[in-house]
Design a protein around this ligand. Structure first.
Ligand code: DAH
Length: 340
């Protein structure tokens, strides 16, 4: 019996040592330790052992079973640990790897220019007001001194919604709305979308303007030029300055067209400024007395200056964009160039 057991123990030891996973372990248990296994088989063999030898034989079979069970459990623990280690290795995350970069959006060039203009004037104490995009005739034209049938209406090709409602053609109605709501002193900027039936390489039916209005005692055209010099220096460069040319707008008197010294050649003359050294950037002037009166402000006490800037125009000059359509197509290859 001892011999048989030694043999069985040796076999079992080899099988356990070779067991590398749960399946072979389960097969081992089935073969040696289950109810129909080899150890149970030995127990059955006891019948054939002489009665006086049975207790001793039974004892060594039981010892064999205890040893194999302990060995089996040790092997199970070893395999379990190995599998855990394997799984951990497979699922390991290398926290030292650099993270994937998330693509960040950027501001649209129109927004960049708009924010820059607001920054300059906010520094001079201006507030920002935004009026409605659907305006009435009264605010967009009549109270800005452009009565019905006035030829100045032809300066802007208007989208009418009804006889009396239209898509605002300019941000200037923001002047009227501000003066209706506030008493002087007034310093306000009115950014926003405006609409005109007009479309080519430099005109879009929807574009952006920034209106500026100052109303106080003793305001003159010099204040306008001083502020605009500061603006063009911030937008273009330190040496930029402005020139005023006489012009006509119904809501200002006198009216001026404002040129900036050419940002490309500094004033010497180049293709961008068509050899003149100057580039027209905006319109403005001294607020027409009639406009102040239309808003209940006494023009003998107060005076004002106003200006209107085309934001696309500034963006095109500043960034060297030759077609206004690029600003509205949302082609990422174009827009990514403005990411800061
Ligand atoms: N509203 C004018 C336009 O769209 C621009 C303008 C000119 C605005 C003179 C003003 C101004 O406030 O004083 O053409």
């Amino acid at each position: 019996m001892q011999q048989i057991i030694d043999q069985l123990t040796a076999q079992a030891g080899a099988a356990l040592a070779a067991a590398g996973d749960r399946q072979s372990l389960a097969a081992f248990w089935q073969e040696y330790l289950s109810r129909n296994g080899k150890v149970a088989g030995l127990m059955k063999e006891l019948r054939n052992v002489a009665p006086e030898e049975r207790p001793a034989a039974g004892k060594i079979i039981n010892e064999c079973k205890a040893r194999l069970t302990a060995d089996y459990e040790a092997a199970a623990a070893r395999i379990e640990a190995a599998e855990l280690a394997r799984r951990n290795a497979a699922e390991a995350v290398d926290i030292t790897l650099p993270a994937k970069r998330r693509a960040l959006g950027g501001l649209h060039p129109i927004t960049l220019v708009k924010n820059q203009i607001i920054d300059v004037f906010a520094g001079m104490g201006f507030e920002v007001y935004e009026g409605p995009e659907i305006e009435d005739d009264d605010h967009n034209f009549t109270r800005l001194n452009v009565p019905r049938n006035h030829p100045a209406r032809d300066m802007q090709d208007t989208f009418y919604v009804t006889d009396d409602l239209l898509l605002r053609t300019q941000t200037s109605p923001g002047q009227i709305r501000t003066m209706d709501a506030e008493k002087p002193p007034i310093k306000v900027l009115v950014p926003g979308r405006v609409f005109r039936s007009d479309s080519d390489a430099t005109h879009s039916p929807m574009f952006h303007q920034m209106e500026g209005l100052v109303v106080d005692k003793g305001i003159t055209l010099c204040d306008l030029q001083g502020m605009l010099d500061k603006l063009v220096q911030a937008l273009f460069d330190e040496s930029a300055h402005t020139r005023l040319r006489p012009s006509y707008f119904p809501f200002t008197e006198p009216s001026v067209e404002v040129d900036v010294s050419c940002c490309e050649c500094g004033g010497k003359g180049c293709p961008l400024c068509k050899g003149t050294g100057w580039i027209e950037v905006l319109g403005g002037g001294v607020v027409n007395r009639k406009v102040l009166e239309n808003c209940g402000i006494d023009p003998d006490v107060y005076s004002g200056i106003a200006f209107g800037i085309g934001i696309e125009r500034i963006a095109m000059l500043k960034y060297g964009i030759n077609n206004i359509g690029l600003l509205f197509e949302n082609d990422l290859r174009f827009l990514r160039q403005f990411q800061e």
